[in-house]
Write a new protein. Structure first.
Length: 340
């Protein structure tokens, strides 16, 4: 498939729908996991809920990037969604701390593969002139899912059980996989899988051309990672008892700027948009530091969402701008390593 100025095709909307279900699957459990781990006797290991997940995602990025450039974008996305499906099914059977932490480690393969394949797929079907807009719309599909997912997960847990919530997450991951099987491959001349593709040499880990974008991705997400772990407990402490509400508000507010931010970056450049978005993220973290009421926490969530909404499409479009066509998978994986 050749890049085209026509953006809103059937393949594009299928990609967005798959992203939507994938985002629901792994985000709906995040606000409930700290208290769940505490109930298993691992309250002192809450930091590993996100930590182990992101370590695996980071380690798998060079593999997902290489496979995206060899066997194709769609198989890499399928691997990511399948990891989400299988781990969600397995959580109810791992009712001990070490088993739970092992699953969090394995679950990281989902975000190590799915976003890499998705971004590479988008870069294949859209011209550079609409790249930011395309990344913004695809990101919106994820954000819509993410905006509802934490609250849905908390609601299901409150009226039923953690196990029902885990199985619900598995169902959404299944829908993501099913949609991918109806999509056309965009990599020209994809190869059949060979075990040698899993051998990664030093020059296949990072793409030097996108190091500037990787550094810009790294710094804001250092603070964002800490926020993911601590906000659920902070929410409960100050009286916001739905621990997923902060994430829902932040994700929903990002919808306001994601599409517009992508289009602006196409017109005025990536750097201008990135500077503006990082200022917003900084303001949000300052507000979060002083948040002692639900109102202040909600304000921080809104500003955080506005910042991330403009940041995400611009940084991914800039990454693809800097990369070579034959190394897009590796380039995208490099920037995602920085995110993890």
């Amino acid at each position: 498939m050749e890049p085209s100025d026509r953006l809103y095709t059937r393949q594009f909307w299928l990609l967005c729908l798959s992203n939507f279900f994938f985002a629901i699957s792994f985000n709906m459990m995040i606000p409930e996991l700290p208290s769940y781990l505490t109930s298993l006797g691992g309250g002192d290991k809450k930091g590993w809920i996100i930590g182990l997940f992101t370590i695996t995602a980071c380690l798998s990025r060079p593999f997902s990037g290489k496979l995206a450039d060899t066997i194709g974008r769609v198989p890499v996305m399928v691997i990511g969604s399948m990891a989400c499906l299988l781990c969600s099914i397995a959580y109810p059977f791992m009712t001990f701390v070490s088993g739970f932490l092992m699953l969090r480690f394995l679950h990281g393969f989902s975000t190590g593969f799915k976003p890499t394949g998705t971004s590479a797929y988008v870069s294949d079907i859209v011209t550079a002139q609409r790249r930011g807009e395309a990344m913004g719309v695809v990101g919106m599909s994820s954000n819509i899912g993410m905006s509802f997912a934490p609250s849905i997960g908390s609601y299901i847990t409150s009226i039923s059980s953690m196990n029902v919530m885990f199985y619900s997450a598995a169902f959404f991951a299944f829908l993501s996989v099913a949609i991918l099987y109806g999509m056309k491959e965009t990599l020209q001349k994809p190869q059949s899988f060979q075990w040698k593709f899993l051998k990664i040499s030093r020059n296949e880990i990072f793409d030097p051309k996108v190091i500037p974008a990787a550094i810009v991705m790294l710094l804001p997400y250092l603070s964002f990672g800490a926020m993911l772990t601590l906000v659920p407990d902070l929410s409960e402490h100050i009286g916001m008892h739905n621990k997923g509400l902060f994430f829902s508000i932040a994700t929903f507010s990002s919808l306001i700027t994601r599409f517009v931010g992508g289009k602006i970056s196409d017109k005025y450049g990536r750097i201008v948009v990135l500077k503006f978005s990082i200022i917003l993220i900084t303001i949000a973290q300052i507000l979060l530091a002083f948040a002692n009421t639900p109102l202040l926490l909600t304000t921080a969530a809104i500003v955080m969402g506005l910042g991330l909404g403009t940041f995400s499409p611009a940084i991914m479009a800039w990454t693809i701008d800097l990369s070579d066509d034959e190394n897009r998978g590796k380039s995208i994986a490099t920037v995602y390593i920085a995110l993890e």
